[in-house]
Design a protein around this ligand. Structure first.
Ligand SMILES: Nc1nc2c(ncn2[C@@H]2O[C@H](COP(=O)(O)OP(=O)(O)OP(=O)(O)O)[C@@H](O)[C@H]2O)c(=O)[nH]1
Ligand SMILES: [Mg+2]
Length: 209
């Protein structure tokens, strides 16, 4: 049986969470997409042997609503998440500012073993860029996030890489994640944060946009 792991996407409205998931699971892009209401998931099986890992896993990828009015509902989906991808939009400094708050929430409401990644989306809109790659890297380092991936859901850039990098981290920590699945923590203790940090090692491959 293929093991299934929950991956949740968070971030402000309009950053492109739904678009990233649609690109990854259906290889499609819709410029007229509506804001998400509530949350739902899509699945995709990934074969990690092709990427230096061990075997297949099913990713259950949860799309959440970025609009403020749904925020308390969104937190429910952090529970038992193997990984969380916090998305910001490179054309919006405000979305990076908001990412700080999304990360705070993730660290408060997700289990200590949850692997956290950042996606810098809309990297096709280079001329409108407000958040440079360096700014993204500084943010990643400051918040000790192990993965930062430049993406464009529109042009299908970095999307596969994002999920492969996340899945490889899940794969490396399969046992810890399985043992801890179902755990809900209202607040991480310093001890659990410290133990979680030991497997949140920075990926040294850098961004690939
Ligand atoms: N140029 C460009 N536009 C994008 C990209 N990704 C998403 N968009 C557009 O950005 C807008 C918002 O995308 P969504 O995927 O709905 O954003 P969301 O984060 O799911 O928003 P909520 O559901 O409200 O939280 C849409 O008009 C998309 O077509 C991208 O990589 N490049
Ligand atoms: Mg959406």
């Amino acid at each position: 049986m293929i093991e299934s792991f929950k991956v949740v996407l968070v971030g402000d409205s309009n950053v492109g969470k739904t678009s990233i998931i649609q690109r990854y699971t259906k290889d499609s892009f819709d410029s007229g997409i509506e804001p998400t209401v509530g949350a739902h998931f899509m699945t995709r099986i990934i074969d990690l042997e092709e990427h230096g890992g061990s075997g297949r896993m099913k990713l259950q990828i949860w799309d959440t609503a970025g609009q403020e009015k749904y925020k308390s509902v969104t937190q429910i989906y952090y529970r038992d998440a193997a990984a969380a991808i916090c998305v910001y939009d490179v054309t919006s400094q405000l979305s990076l500012d908001a990412a700080e708050r999304w990360l705070d929430d993730l660290r408060r409401f997700s289990p200590p073993h949850t692997i956290i990644a950042l996606a810098a989306n809309k990297c096709d809109l280079f001329s409108q860029q407000e958040v440079s790659l360096e700014m993204g890297q500084d943010f990643k380092d400051k918040h000790e996030v192990p993965i930062l991936q430049q993406t464009s859901a529109k042009e299908n850039t970095g999307i596969e890489e994002l999920f492969v990098r996340v899945a490889r981290e899940i794969d490396r920590n399969r046992e810890i994640i399985k043992q801890g699945s179902g755990t809900t923590v209202a607040k991480r203790s310093q001890a659990s944060l410290a133990s979680a940090e030991q497997f949140k090692k920075p990926d040294r491959t850098g961004c690939k946009c």
